[in-house]
Design a protein around this ligand. Structure first.
Ligand code: SF4
Ligand code: SF4
Length: 372
């Protein structure tokens, strides 16, 4: 039975103690980090936004894990390829997130996946992605440690352990998944395919301050959750996190699919929770993604009756061109403000994620007759 630890942490100034405690509950720090072993930490550094926006894994969270691992003598590196794949975007996100400073302070290596080779690999037991190109760094270490942030998401409803592994593949392959499998279920199966290959040895989730509401995973509202959630089974970590913010895990396709495929455990009856009891830490009134509610969920063909489209507010725009430069299918042109070609748009939401001004909102567009 997979074990997931829940430890309270009110503030990032105390996060190191919280992470140490969470690992102790899972069997001890030395169970995971060993002298001389090469460890790649994979935080979420998807957006060019500062820590207070709660979009990326918090820099003090990353720093704490680096220091805990370094103390054991492990060789630590941190890796990411940020959303969008535009030139220099990972470097920009690294700096804006505050994690660049942490890299300098701790002396660890940063593996900018975007600037390194990717390795083509078949994905055994895939559903939609039979093969893809993985960051070389994941093959050059003894273990990958996943450091996701708990947030809402328009396509997957939550982003956590499974979704965070999307950053381990080539940006062009991410566009391919978005463009070839735009339906929610197919796209989600593709994420599970990728997670099934990366399969991090350990997941430590930043749920100290998460993100709630309609504009997640980039411009939702920061929400104090006050927890570190960790485990060896990232699917089980997602299931526990989902429960804490009020979802029944199997109602979320990303957890349901991973569980059904035997890639991890999403059934709370089969997960041993240690540390805090879930009923004591459930976040009351967490603003789930508005696409997720009973009415929609019970619909026949849920997810195929509507799409979320990016809409742009001119008054917020500073005409920086980031959205146009990072649109994977060049659906945005500047004139002098962004103009979206709806025929070309594959609804990858990179524009929404990467706009430094939060000028994009995601709006529901119904396909055909509204069914509810
Ligand atoms: S316009 Fe469409 S395809 Fe381009 S970045 Fe935005 S959501 Fe993606
Ligand atoms: S919408 Fe955002 S990313 Fe696009 S040009 Fe305006 S400010 Fe820049």
């Amino acid at each position: 039975m997979p074990k997931v630890s829940i430890v309270k942490c009110d503030d990032y100034s105390e996060v190191k103690a919280g992470i140490e405690e969470s690992l102790k509950l899972l069997g001890g720090i030395k169970k995971f980090f060993k002298k001389g072993e090469r460890v790649l930490l994979k935080p979420n550094i998807s957006d060019p936004l500062p820590p207070e926006k709660a979009s990326n894994t918090h820099p003090l969270f990353v720093k704490a894990v680096i220091e805990i691992a370094q103390k054991t003598g492990a060789e630590v590196s941190v890796g990411e390829a940020s959303a969008g794949g535009g030139e220099g975007i990972t470097t920009k996100c690294l700096e804006m997130s505050g994690i660049g400073k942490v890299i300098s302070e701790t002396g660890v290596t940063f593996r900018n996946f975007q600037e390194e080779p990717f390795m083509p690999r078949d994905i055994p037991s895939f559903k939609v992605m039979d093969k893809t190109d993985f960051a070389n760094a994941i093959f050059q270490v003894d273990m990958v440690v996943n450091l996701p942030k708990l947030k809402t998401h328009g396509l997957t409803f939550i982003t956590g352990s499974i979704k965070n592994c999307f950053g381990c593949i080539h940006p062009e392959e991410r566009k391919h998944l978005h463009g070839t499998f735009p339906r929610r279920e197919d796209f989600t199966q593709g994420l599970v395919d990728i997670y099934s290959f990366v399969r991090p040895r350990l997941t430590i989730m930043d749920a100290v301050v998460g993100m709630e509401g309609e504009q997640g995973p980039s411009f939702g509202d920061p929400k104090k959750i006050g927890l570190v959630i960790a485990g060896e089974d990232g699917v089980a970590v997602d299931a526990v996190a989902a429960t804490v913010i009020g979802y029944e895990p199997h109602a979320l396709p990303i957890i349901k699919f991973a569980d059904e495929r035997g890639i991890g455990t999403g059934d709370m009856r089969k997960i041993e929770v240690v540390g805090e009891r879930i009923k004591d830490v459930v976040v009351k009134g967490f603003k789930q993604h508005p696409l997720f509610n009973n009415k929609y969920r019970k619909m026949e063909g849920f997810g195929s009756s509507f799409v979320m489209i990016p809409e742009f507010t001119q008054s917020k725009c500073i005409k920086c061109g980031t959205c146009a430069n990072n649109c994977p299918v060049r659906a945005i042109r500047m004139n002098p403000y962004p103009v979206i070609d709806r025929e070309k748009c594959i609804m990858c939401y990179c524009c929404h994620e990467l706009c430094p001004q939060g000028a994009y909102q995601l709006k529901i567009k119904w396909l055909g007759k509204k069914q509810i």
